[in-house]
Design a protein around this ligand. Sequence first.
Ligand SMILES: [Zn+2]
Length: 447
Amino acid sequence: MTEVYTADHVLPVGAPPLRQGAVAVQDGRLVAVGTRSEVLGAFPDAQVEELGNAVLLPALVNAHTHLEYATYGGFGDGLPFGDWLMNVFGARRPRLAPGDVEAAAALGALLCLQSGVGTIADASYSGAAVAAASEAGLRAIVHLEAFGGPDQDAEDVVAALRERLAGVAGSTTPLVRLGVSPHSPYTVAPAVFAALDAFAQSEGLTVMTHVAESPAELEAVDAGTGPIADALRSLTSVEATGQHPVDLLAGAGLLHPGVILVHAVQINDAQIALIATSGAGVVHCPRSNAILGCGAAPIAGLRAVGVPVGIGTDSPASAIDFDLWAEMRAALLTARVREGRPDALTAEAVLELATLGGARVLGIDGLVGSLVVGKRADLTAVDLTGTSYGVTESAATSAVFAGSPERTLLTVIDGVVRYRKGADTERLAACWAAALPGRTRMIGTDD
Ligand SMILES: [Zn+2]
């Protein structure tokens, strides 16, 4: 069976856009990408879906999520970074009841699909994202989070993580892999971080960590002082390392291919060069960085020296929602404001970061991220009808500026339609209804 999807605009990424384009899919794999007449001519018996005035493009790659924080929107808004962490995760998260985390993660997975996302890289505190991604049909790497202060035995932390990985392994699908997330250099002591990294490398797992996000993190890691260190001291001992977190990781040999650095906001040119030579990738989360007042990551500088860069929404806990279209626009705006020039990040470039760039960061660019014959059939489409881009000059600009969950027509992963506008309205409502009681508990109005 062959399925053909046609659209007024096809944006393959890495190749020029096609007017009146089409793709053909067999057994979950792309077997043709070309003009409508070429593809329909080659597959006359195919089942054809006409998407009309839309941009058909590779399914997006959301390179940093926390699905289980889908209902955390707005908590602690406006607080300094350390106080925000303690408000959301110290005070509110313990109010959740059994089942809340799973319901939120299931909602988060569906919201990603609704935003045209085919692949996520999640950092999961509870592990609930594994089942959520699997049940949604997402392609995913779910990194289980680990923490460990300087007074904790590194091998104990690794043993606990190994047990948790084994506990969720049964919930994976062929599209869902596991990874390791030492949360951050401010919550994971160097010796513990090194042990987790060694374990990940021995198992062939990717490593995701939050690094150089806020000025308060730099002070906590360097001097063991400041608001983050003060907040953490109530939970664990805090060690002054005398180093910037990127210098610390690089010096310990903990930056290498397969390491995914989330945020990388507070870095200088020397640290950009360290990341570039290490082979590690960076995930840019501009809305989270803006909302928490952390700054604007030097994306133009990282790209200029060839660092693989992807884009992530982080989660509603710090970044409003899982809308990767909005995140793309934020990345474009942030780069142009930071650099003071309009070509700092073009629409074509930001779309590349949200597709092939993210796939490179995750090491799956041979599989997904662009519409190339032989790659897996991960697709999405943005409806341009009723927007300023309804008559289109540039497919990339139109997709980036007009894209939204409401205008996402469908999301196809491995050849299977996993989300379809209209058809999934009741499913979305049911997911929201299941997840919101947890939010009510976090607000505390039920006690
Ligand atoms: Zn995060």
